[in-house]
Design a protein around this ligand. Structure first.
Ligand code: SF4
Length: 249
């Protein structure tokens, strides 16, 4: 994906902030009170304010996806570990401007060790390639939890609590300009919100200085193809934020 140009400094600040937040969470710090305004990004007027306390910036340029993966190791930090075949870390451009975050691996992903490779994944790939006119490898794709929940159930709070710090560290290492939260679970988890996805989708939120767009999960679209137009509308907003030309449908 092409370089971001003038927003590079902002991106680096956001990346450093996420790395710091992840480190604090791993230390058991849930929230850091904001003593002074945290001007990571000046959001446009339609960006919803952060739904949780902002954190102070402590630049840490040493974080990379490799260091995050090394720290995960053969992770046994939650009860999903015994049932997994593969720890599904994430795939794509480690410096992408755009990150898609889903809920967790399914059976196909667990078998292949790559997120979004089943039928829903094929639909996500079509959104990226045919809709956005990008290559799948131009973006980064990952999940809130990295091991398959049994029976594809939703990840439970203790599992999210164990795994999310590594997602935040991944986001900190990548430093994207935009995050697309795929589906209710990912959106509600990242934003600490109980708002239905039907109300969140299509609106911009702020995730530690990074613009976040919730939209429907591709698996939902397989069951409800009539709502593809809504996802396309959301994706067009993402393309606009990234300065990408809207050419396909
Ligand atoms: S879901 Fe995350 S925290 Fe739980 S075992 Fe897998 S990698 Fe570790």
């Amino acid at each position: 994906m092409r370089a971001m140009g003038a927003q590079g400094e902002t991106r680096e600040l956001a990346r450093a902030l996420l790395a710091h937040v992840a480190h604090q969470r791993l230390l058991g710090v849930a929230e850091v009170p904001r003593a002074t305004p945290c001007a990571v990004v000046t959001p446009p007027s339609n960006v919803t304010p952060p739904s949780r306390a902002a954190s102070t910036i402590a630049p840490d340029a040493r974080e990379t996806l490799e260091t995050v993966r090394e720290d995960l190791g053969d992770c046994q930090r939650c009860k999903l570990a015994p049932g997994r075949r593969t720890l599904v870390f994430g795939v794509g451009d480690p410096r992408s401007r755009l990150v898609f975050v889903g809920e967790g691996p399914g059976a196909d992903e667990d078998a292949k060790g790559e997120p979004f490779v089943g039928r829903a994944g094929q639909l996500l790939t079509e959104i990226i390639t045919k809709g956005m006119q990008l290559r799948r490898e131009d973006v980064y794709i990952c999940n809130v939890v990295k091991c398959r929940p049994p029976g594809n159930r939703n990840p439970e709070p203790d599992e999210v609590a164990a795994c999310e710090p590594f997602l935040v560290r991944q986001l900190g290492a990548i430093g994207p300009e935009v995050i697309v939260a795929l589906g209710k679970f990912a959106a509600q988890t990242l934003l600490r919100s109980k708002t239905p996805i039907t109300q969140m989708r299509g609106q911009w939120f702020d995730y530690h200085g990074i613009k976040l767009m919730p939209t429907f999960h591709p698996a939902y679209l397989l069951r409800n193809p009539g709502d593809k137009r809504l996802v396309w509308a959301d994706i067009q907003k993402v393309m606009g934020a990234l300065g990408l030309p809207v050419a396909g449908k």
